[in-house]
Ligand binder design. Structure first.
Ligand SMILES: [Zn+2]
Ligand SMILES: [Zn+2]
Length: 348
């Protein structure tokens, strides 16, 4: 039985202009019971050099980096050993490089990469201009951010509804962009592409009232990535590596835990005497493959194959048997609100 740990990813700190120090990020995450956080400051691994990576009581802090060229797409790098090359700590030069140049540079150092906010975003009235990823033919990235809090929240934001969005931020979330999910399904038919969540949180205090636009303690209750691992993280010396590997292998799912904590959500497949988990690739099945989904909460559960719903039910479980190849993944909704998005099991 794999163990389920929940964490928040794609978080900025004072190392890249957010108005929050790492000790306060850590306290916020501990207060809401996260197991891990992945920090990703722009173009720097400096927090790792400063010793922030590792255990802080029951919270594991992992220092990633967001490669952020000014005029090109961005990606998150997870690399448990970036300090093997001391020049890696600062990547200020990434600002003026193309994203492919940055990606190739990271790959030379053995980094694992996830494209973040892949579709980009333009909101001139809010000075938001985030470039989309344009290099989908490049196979150097391991996965993509399928659901990012700030990019979902800002999607329908206008000056006229700003106050309403500020007062009720979580009600504005619509779930992963259908265009992005469709792209993910297409990519998955060619090779494994992992889906992870992000917050893209940049703590900013609002002048005069001195309250943050988004308190990290509130954000950390929302969109999370759950990882599945064989070992107890808290007892492992190699916990950073285990969390990074689970992300790299796609042994993880994304959930909006504010609706209900998804811990224990289960999606496996069996063929012959073998068991497969999220992120696994199954080759040349000779008999049926039997999918099993179970949910810790009552939900609308959908099993999709290549982006199309194969079976849908209301309840706590769903079973489905197939002989067809394809990319199988699960979506779950609670009262029509998006809740869980699993990584696929790939039947090749
Ligand atoms: Zn970015
Ligand atoms: Zn970011």
């Amino acid at each position: 039985m794999l163990k389920d740990y929940k964490g928040a990813c794609h978080i900025h700190t004072e190392y890249s202009g957010a108005g929050i120090r790492i000790p306060d990020v850590i306290t916020s995450a501990q207060e809401v019971g996260l197991d891990f956080v992945i920090l990703s400051d722009h173009n720097t691994f400096l927090p790792k050099q400063d010793g922030w990576e590792g255990w802080h009581d029951n919270l594991l802090v992992i220092i990633g980096m967001e490669a952020s060229p000014i005029r090109d797409g961005h990606f998150l790098t997870l690399d448990p050993n970036p300090l093997t090359d001391s020049g890696y700590v600062y990547r200020r030069k990434y600002k003026n490089m193309t994203s492919v140049e940055c990606l190739d540079d990271v790959l030379c150092s053995g980094g694992t990469t996830f494209i973040v906010h892949p579709l980009g975003k333009r909101k001139w009235s809010f000075i938001v201009n985030v470039e989309a990823w344009r290099n989908w033919e490049h196979t150097g990235f391991v996965g993509i951010e399928i659901w990012a809090y700030m990019h979902d929240w800002i999607d329908d934001l206008k000056l006229s509804n700003l106050w309403h969005f500020y007062k009720n931020p979580n009600l504005q979330l619509k779930g992963p962009d259908p265009e992005l999910l469709s792209l993910w399904d297409q990519l998955g038919q060619k090779r494994k592409v992992v889906g992870i969540s992000g917050l893209d949180a940049h703590y900013k205090e609002i002048p005069l009232i001195k309250r943050p636009l988004f308190a990290y303690k509130d954000l950390f209750k929302t969109i999370r990535t759950h990882i599945l691992v064989e070992h107890e993280l808290s007892k492992s010396d190699d916990a950073v590596r285990l969390v990074c590997d689970a992300h790299k292998e796609g042994r993880c799912y994304v959930s909006f835990d504010l609706l209900a904590d998804a811990t224990g959500f289960h999606f496996t497949a069996e063929s012959g005497d073998k068991m497969y988990y999220m992120g696994d690739e199954v080759f040349n099945i000779e008999t049926n493959i039997d999918f099993n989904i179970s949910s810790p909460h009552h939900a609308t559960i959908k099993l999709l194959r290549n982006g199309k719903t194969q079976r849908e039910c209301e309840g706590n479980s769903l079973d489905f048997s197939s002989t067809e190849k394809g990319v199988y993944r699960v979506e779950a909704y609670i009262e029509n609100r998006p809740w869980v998005f699993t990584n696929p099991i790939y039947v090749r």
